[in-house]
Design a protein around this ligand. Structure first.
Ligand code: BMA
Length: 381
């Protein structure tokens, strides 16, 4: 046991040296177009993150976990705690948080997490050198019910200019802007955020889904969102597009908002049946997403995934890794280990049956955790 532990520490140290070295090598001058950068007007830290996401994707993928430092199945709000850290000794390189109910002026999000806690944890993740992503499962502005209320197909139309919920929704965007602008270090540095609104739009389970709005309404929603946040001074965001899986290239691109609005091309794919079906779905998606991302000069990410309850104890090395190995994916994020929903977990925790396989995944030279990276350092040489 001790030998195994020493061996695994050694392996991890070797991996750390190797990956840091590779990353330093990879930190070459920014290759993006200067006019683009100016147009987007993003902070220095955000543009460094953007170029490093691109570099990381050439070497491997960062591991991400939703709500990682907020709670696990049997704990919540213990400073410094993380299920991933309990299992492998390091934090995920990416942590996701959700803004749902911020629009209602609530003090806690839809999963009961105080927004103050989200802000604190986002800053901590930045100070560790990791990345932060925000999703937004916002209420339905027309019916007043949740994001999953699809009883009315006029919702998107109602919040666009001329719609009767336009002003209400502008207020919601203002709250999101104020929150994102408020995620700052004590020195006043705004934390770069990967913002991922209007996700899984190719399904029809959210009020912004495929059958609930036209192509032009969906695109107008994106354009209005990004432009409004920019007007309110949000300059610390990279925007991620993340349709659902099970679609073809044409369906993916049909609602692509446009190169000036998107930084990251992602996808959300969960495992619901066999390992083979999942691997095939993931490969089908990334075959065309990686090509499109190259064509449009975008970063690739696996924005949400997982197998609820992790029924297969070798899922990390036998399913996830073979599914994503050959693609230039900057990060792969698994969903939350819910404290409020039975068996709704997607990441290992101490004693969980896939934990030892997850350590193998962690030891792979291709997986990056927070200590493996310097996401906010630029090599000026
Ligand atoms: C879903 C589930 C819900 C949760 C929502 C937002 O996938 O985890 O329980 O409310 O995400 O985090």
């Amino acid at each position: 046991m001790l030998i195994n532990l020493l061996k695994s520490n050694k392996l991890k140290q070797m991996k750390n040296h190797c990956s840091l070295f590779l990353l330093l090598l990879a930190l070459m001058p920014f290759t993006g177009n200067a006019a683009d950068k100016k147009k987007q007007n993003i902070t220095l830290q955000t543009s460094i993150l953007k170029e490093n996401l691109e570099k990381v994707a050439q070497r491997g993928y960062m591991f991400g976990h939703q709500d990682d430092t907020n709670y696990g199945l049997n704990w919540s709000y213990i400073n410094g705690r993380s299920d991933i850290k309990d299992v492998c000794g390091d934090y995920p390189a990416v942590i996701g948080f959700d803004l749902g109910h911020l629009e209602l002026n609530a003090s806690k999000n839809l999963d009961g997490v105080p927004f103050d806690k989200i802000r604190t944890e986002a800053v901590r993740q930045y100070l560790r050198g990791g990345a932060v992503t925000l999703s937004w499962h916002l209420n339905n502005p027309l019916t007043g019910k949740g994001a999953w209320d699809v009883t009315d197909s006029m919702v998107v139309k109602s919040i666009l200019p001329g719609g009767n919920k336009y002003h209400l929704f502008q207020g919601w965007l203002r709250k999101v802007a104020a929150f994102i602008n408020s995620i700052k270090t004590s020195d006043g540095v705004k934390v770069p955020i990967i913002f991922r609104p209007w996700h899984e739009n190719t399904g029809s389970w959210f009020w912004w889904g495929e059958k609930l709005c036209t192509v032009s309404e969906y695109k107008a929603l994106w354009a209005m969102t990004v432009k409004t946040l920019r007007i309110y001074g949000v300059d610390n965001v990279l925007y991620a597009f993340s349709p659902g899986g099970g679609i073809n290239e044409a369906q993916y691109m049909e609602r692509y908002p446009g190169d000036d609005l998107i930084d990251i091309m992602g996808v959300d794919i969960y495992q619901y049946s066999t390992n083979d079906v999942y691997i095939k779905d993931v490969k089908n998606a990334f075959d065309f997403i990686s090509m499109q991302a190259q064509k449009h000069h975008k970063i690739v990410a696996f924005t949400e995934t997982g197998y609820q309850g992790i029924p297969y104890s070798e899922w990390w090395t036998k399913v996830l890794m073979p599914a994503i190995d050959k693609y230039p994916i900057s990060y792969v994020l698994v969903w939350r280990n819910a404290w409020d929903k039975k068996d709704h977990y997607f990441a290992p925790f101490a004693g969980e049956k896939s934990a030892s396989d997850f350590i193998k995944f962690y030891q792979s030279p291709k997986s990056f955790f927070v200590r493996d990276l310097k996401l906010y350092e630029k090599n000026n040489k």
